[in-house]
Write a protein that binds this ligand. Sequence first.
Ligand SMILES: Nc1nc2c(c(=O)[nH]1)N=C([C@H](O)[C@H](O)COP(=O)(O)OP(=O)(O)OP(=O)(O)O)CN2
Ligand SMILES: [Zn+2]
Length: 130
Amino acid sequence: MSYRIGKTLSFEAAHHLPGLPEGHKCGRSHGHSYQVTVVLAADDLVPPGFVVDFGDLSPLRSYIDDQLDHRNLNDVLDIPPTSERLARHFYDWCVEHLPLHDGVTIGSVRVSETAATFAEYTPPVGGGDR
Ligand SMILES: Nc1nc2c(c(=O)[nH]1)N=C([C@H](O)[C@H](O)COP(=O)(O)OP(=O)(O)OP(=O)(O)O)CN2
Ligand SMILES: [Zn+2]
């Protein structure tokens, strides 16, 4: 794909990670200022020169605000809320819910819990459904 654009959305949430060794700090409830970066790709632009309008990501903003922001992710998601699994969760959500025109693919989704860390999901080549 010739063009790639990205938008970062932020939210605050609590979580704990199950299955860690006894005493691991991330087994205890704590919170993060999450950042979710969605990258969209296309070979061609639509007028006036967009991959997509950044505003077209507003359904994801609404989902995050309504379902995840200031909540405990362990309560509202059915996955262990690691950064890696959250990145895949947001990728799947975008595939299902974002109204993208033909030729636009979701290149990757990156999730950061802190300024120093991230996890990224990129669909396998030829294996993505967008
Ligand atoms: N591969 C992953 N490792 C860890 C994840 C994760 O999602 N993927 N998550 C955590 C915890 O959520 C933890 O809150 C963050 O861990 P860490 O960066 O180690 O914690 P700090 O911000 O306190 O970093 P320090 O360098 O220790 O100050 C753990 N691991
Ligand atoms: Zn954490």
